[in-house]
Write a protein that binds this ligand. Sequence first.
Ligand code: F6R
Length: 616
Amino acid sequence: MCGIVGYVGKHAASSILVEGLKHLEYRGYDSSGIALAEGNGIEVIKKTGRVAVLAGLAQKHASKASMGISHTRWATHGGVTDENAHPHLSWDSKIALVHNGVIENYKALRTFLEGEGATFRSQTDSEVLANLIAYYYNLDETAQNGNRLVCAVRQSLIHVEGTYGIAVICADLPNEIVGARKGSPLCIGVGHGENLIASDVAAFVGRTQNVVYLDDGQIVHLSREDFSITTIAEETVSPVINQIDWKIEEAELGSYKHFMEKEIFEQPQALENAMRGRFSDDESTAKFGGLNLDAREWRQVDRIVFCGCGTAWHACLVAEYLIERFSRIPVEVEYASEFRYRNAPLDKNALFFVVSQSGETIDTLEALREAQRKGFRVLGITNGVGSTIARESDGGVYQHSGPEIGVASTKAFTSQLLISGMLGLYLGRMRDLSFGDGREMVKAFKSLPGLISQILDQADQIKAIAERYAEFQDFLFLGRQSMFPIALEGALKLKEISYIHAEGYPAAEMKHGPIALISEQCPSVVLSPHGDTLKKVMSNIEETRARKGRVIAITSAGKDFPDSAADDIIRIPTAHSCIMPILSTIPLQLLAYYIACKRGCDVDKPRNLAKSVTVE
Ligand code: F6R
């Protein structure tokens, strides 16, 4: 939520900042802006609308400044206006600041600063911080120039309640940026003769592969040649430089129209990556390098709690089905946002998993911290290499899905399902799952890339179906057992990118209420895999059609599901039950995508949403 980029170096900062913002636009797209250190002060250009609007303005301005900060906004405090866009200048125009997070005590700070003569141009909490830093900067006229800005930032942050990732520049210091974080991600791109600061490595991976991730409570002081990190408590930090393991080309659209489309079609490769090197030599179980628990410790685990938000929460629900079925270990699933506040009674030998594509979702991160505070071991399943969740968890599994840019999560979700299934296998083989059953599961996982490609080959047929349904305003998604969370995910995909109202239900629950919604105006998408519950689901379809509700069925049941059994049928391969949730997801993603395209929606940047939710 909100993207920050700062640059100090030898090149014109303006185009580097705009380019960086383009790669962070998934974090917010209400408005954007840049502040450039010109010889005679700070120039701010900001505007509501997409980064493309800012790019046009910045090009006209043609600045040669070689240092600046920039921001793309997802509004929290204050509406979407030019004044509320970042960067914010202090009242004396000395300090410019970009901020991601929420300053909770901004009202009290604003009252104090107004008493000291500060004036305000916006309704944001962030402008208060710009003025507070200017206040301390002006107080401390005797300090060395560089340290003076660091001191002013440190002094200010001592008084701030809330969360922040910030980058700050000062009109007196054309070669210095100060950044700090608490609760909102921030990292440093270490270049040659230039340094960058950003919310996410995507902003600078085109310029450098060297990254230093900042931790909460740290302040960084950047110049063209150097950088140093201290804490708010004034301790010196020795930085660890990591290598980014992907290239900028992976975050480009290529020949695709949307990132969501690209990421749907990347799934065979993404799942291949998630499996690589993760099966035992005899191919009867999975293996994971980073769980940091030995077999004896695993035997002591008598309950697993999964936490996540949104699509990741749906992955947790699938994990519950798969892990319970194959390992018989009881699993509970918690909304990360609820877990922190509800003080749930927990078994002594419980183990936690947090699931997060970005690794930065604040609710999930706080759930992790709450569980650790209570003495539990927390493992992370995340795609965000070096993310806060990856760094703070006690071990975990990287998804290796590659960058996911589309706001609607697709390939990250199916990778999470795969890892959950592989965990079910791994834990099952430590208990009662036989060698033969293990081998069957490994075979099934390995067949996934090919089977997904077969479904993707039907994209044109699915598109034709989608276009026939694009005008409806309400949808139901139904499924049983592990298909129930897939129904929830199908409904979420549709509503977030096409703004169609959609609900996911366990198919058998339909008769207990939702059946009242069925009419010619409300079609249903019914997940109808082969297996024990097929006949029951087919009865649910009959009941729906008897009430004139149209049905799109997704089935792997072959001849057992005749063409006449639904209005439209998407046939998927028959496979082991451990991979059916993944195979069933692909047509739902394509349906949502093509319906949204037909309705002319902005698929990659749906209204009101941002990809990485770093405010509570
Ligand atoms: C929906 C979607 C969101 C995220 C949720 C958690 O398509 O992407 O619901 O799943 O915001 O995000 P992560 O996984 O980054 O923690």
